[in-house]
Design a binder for this molecule. Structure first.
Ligand SMILES: Cc1cc2nc3c(=O)[nH]c(=O)nc-3n(C[C@H](O)[C@H](O)[C@H](O)COP(=O)(O)OP(=O)(O)OC[C@H]3O[C@@H](n4cnc5c(N)ncnc54)[C@H](O)[C@@H]3O)c2cc1C
Length: 126
């Protein structure tokens, strides 16, 4: 039987948690592809402050390393942003001009916080 193609957009905590559940209940059902704009594997974003403060290494907040993606035959594209979804043709396109067909698509792209209009907030590094 042909596997369904499942594409996850967003390699963050929510999206990858969803993939963990899918693997638990039907690891053979889908051919999995994940796109993440960030250049890293998935990590615990809540602990990011500790890394930036130098108290923890990135490795320690990594949820799954590359081996996990390989073990589950997940095609992982980090540093690659999905820029277009053609719902009729069921194909996504990335900023690397890659096109991938899907049967099922999960969007787990997070959100952007509201930045209050404090003077200087537009400066680089703020
Ligand atoms: C410093 C810090 C501390 C926090 N502390 C807490 C806490 O104590 N408790 C709590 O509940 N929450 C906390 N949060 C919030 C928590 O981290 C988020 O709620 C959680 O990470 C959301 O997960 P997510 O997967 O929905 O989104 P995200 O973590 O934002 O992941 C979405 C991913 O999708 C990627 N993406 C977006 N668009 C595209 C695209 N078009 N193509 C490909 N990839 C894309 C993004 O680059 C990102 O990697 C904290 C956040 C930060 C930054």
């Amino acid at each position: 039987m042909n596997k369904q193609k499942l594409v996850l957009v967003g390699n963050g905590m929510a999206g990858v948690r969803c993939i963990e559940e899918i693997l638990k209940y039907g690891s053979n059902t889908f051919e999995l592809t994940i796109f993440g704009s960030e250049s890293h594997v998935t990590y615990n974003r809540i602990l990011l402050s500790s890394v930036l403060q130098g108290n923890t290494s990135f490795r320690e907040i990594t949820i799954h390393n590359y081996d996990w993606y390989m073990k589950h035959n997940i095609a992982l594209f980090t540093g690659e942003t999905v820029v277009k979804i053609d719902q009729e043709k069921k194909v996504i396109k990335t900023d690397h001009d890659r096109e991938v067909i899907y049967d099922k698509l999960i969007l787990a792209t997070g959100s952007l916080p509201i930045v209050p209009p404090i003077p200087g907030v537009e400066k680089e590094g703020v």
